[in-house]
Design a protein around this ligand. Structure first.
Ligand SMILES: Cc1cc2nc3c(=O)[nH]c(=O)nc-3n(C[C@H](O)[C@H](O)[C@H](O)COP(=O)(O)OP(=O)(O)OC[C@H]3O[C@@H](n4cnc5c(N)ncnc54)[C@H](O)[C@@H]3O)c2cc1C
Length: 314
C-alpha cells in the first residue's frame, strides 16, 4: 500500500507531489489534465519569482517539475480521473475509471470549473458564439462586438485579452461593485473601445434559428429600473465564477453550501482524519495559484507528520 495519493495536476496537486517525493513518501499522483485553470491564461504576472509567464508555459513547468521526481517514490498516472473516494479507519481508496488505488492518506487538489450562465438561450448557443474561454475562442471574434459577463479578475482578464483585437467589448456586471483588482479594472477602462454596464442582469441569449444559428446579442435587465436592453454582439464570454470539482466526494466529506471541502486552515485537514485538501477545492476564502501551492505544502507537511507517527506506532 502507498503512503499517499494526490489527486489533481494544478498548482496545488503538483506542489504536493514535489514535496511528497522529496520527503520520500510512496506516492501515487493522479490527474485528468496538467496545469489547472490558469493554463488558458495568455499571461500570468503574479506567480512569485516569475514576472511574466504564459499559462500554457506555467502548466508545462509544473508538469516537468513533478516528472523530475518520477521513480521509486512517485508514480504518475495521467490522464486519470478520480470518480470515488472511499474512507476507512486504516486507509483510503481512490477509484478511477482505470482502477482503484489505496494509501494511508490522500490530498485532494481537484480545483474548480467555470460556472455556467443559466438564462434562456445560453445552452442553445454554447460554442455557437457563447463561450467560457477567451484564450481558446477569442481570436474567432476579431473585429467584432463582444460582451463579457462578470466582474471578477477572470472577467477583466478576458476583457483585456479581447480588447486587443475586438471592435468593442462591453462588460456586464450584475452589481455596482467589482471583485477584480483595481489594476485590471483601470487597464480595461483605459481602452477607448471598452464599455462597462453596472447592475446588468443577463436575461436571454439571442441568435439565429437552431440548428446552426449563432449568437446575435444578449438581453439584460437593469437591476434597479427593471428596464430591458438588447445588446447586439457576435460573441459572449462568460466569467461568472467557479464550481468546485467535488461531485465525486459528496456524502464522503463535509462540504460547504457551494460544494467546497471544509478544511482546518492550520493544516488543510478535511473531515476525515486521512484526508487533506488544498487550493480552489477548499473552503478557503481566497483562491490564487500561489495560495493553492502554499495550501498544498502545508497539507503535505501535516500528512508527513501523520504518516511518520503512524509508522512509528505500528
Ligand atoms: C482564466 C483564469 C486566469 C487565472 N489567472 C490567475 C493569475 O493570473 N494568477 C493567479 O494566482 N491565479 C489565477 N487564476 C486562479 C488560479 O488559476 C487558481 O486559483 C488555481 O489554478 C487553483 O489551483 P488548484 O490546483 O487548486 O486547482 P485547479 O487549477 O483547478 O486544478 C485542478 C486540477 O485537478 C484536475 N482534476 C479535476 N478533477 C479531477 C478528478 N476527478 N480526477 C483527477 N484530476 C482531476 C484538473 O485536471 C486540474 O489539473 C486564474 C483562473 C482562471 C480561470
Amino acid at each position: 500500500m502507498h503512503d499517499l495519493i494526490i489527486v489533481g495536476g494544478g498548482p496545488a496537486g503538483t506542489s504536493a507531489a514535489v514535496y511528497a517525493a522529496r520527503k520520500r513518501l510512496k506516492t501515487i499522483f493522479l490527474t485528468s489534465e496538467w496545469g489547472g485553470q490558469s493554463a488558458v491564461s495568455s499571461e500570468i504576472q503574479n506567480w512569485i519569482g516569475t514576472p511574466h509567464i504564459m499559462g500554457a508555459d506555467l502548466a508545462d513547468n509544473l508538469k516537468k517539475h513533478v516528472e523530475e521526481y518520477k521513480g521509486e517514490f512517485l508514480e504518475i498516472v495521467s490522464p486519470s480521473e478520480a470518480t470515488q473516494l472511499k474512507t476507512f479507519d486504516d486507509h483510503v481508496e481512490v477509484v478511477t475509471k482505470k482502477g482503484a488505488y489505496s494509501a494511508s492518506a490522500v490530498i485532494i487538489a481537484t480545483g474548480a470549473n467555470r460556472r455556467k450562465l443559466d438564462v434562456p438561450g445560453a445552452a442553445e448557443f454554447d460554442q455557437k458564439g457563447l463561450t467560457y474561454c477567451a484564450s481558446c475562442d477569442g481570436p474567432l471574434f476579431a473585429g467584432q462586438d463582444v460582451a463579457v459577463i462578470g466582474g471578477g479578475n477572470a472577467a477583466f482578464e478576458t476583457a483585456l485579452q479581447l480588447l486587443a483585437y475586438c471592435k468593442s467589448v462591453t462588460l456586464l456586471n450584475r452589481t455596482e461593485n467589482f471583485r477584480a483588482d483595481e489594476i485590471s479594472i483601470a487597464a480595461a477602462k483605459a481602452h477607448a473601445n471598452m464599455r462597462i454596464v453596472l447592475n446588468a442582469e443577463p436575461t436571454e441569449v439571442v441568435g439565429g434559428p437552431s440548428p446552426g444559428g449563432f449568437v446575435s446579442g444578449i438581453k439584460y435587465k437593469d437591476a434597479k429600473s427593471g428596464e430591458e436592453t438588447l445588446l447586439p454582439v457576435a460573441g459572449i464570454f462568460v466569467e461568472i465564477g467557479l464550481l468546485p470539482s467535488s461531485t465525486w466526494l459528496a456524502n464522503v466529506l463535509e462540504l460547504n453550501a457551494v460544494g467546497q471541502i471544509k478544511v482546518d486552515p492550520r493544516t488543510q485537514r478535511a473531515s476525515h482524519r486521512r484526508v487533506w485538501a488544498a487550493g480552489d477545492i477548499t473552503d478557503g476564502i481566497y483562491h490564487q495559484n500561489n495560495i493553492a501551492a502554499g495550501d498544498a505544502v502545508k497539507a503535505l507537511e501535516d500528512v508527513y507528520m501523520f504518516i511518520r507517527k503512524n509508522k512509528s506506532e505500528a
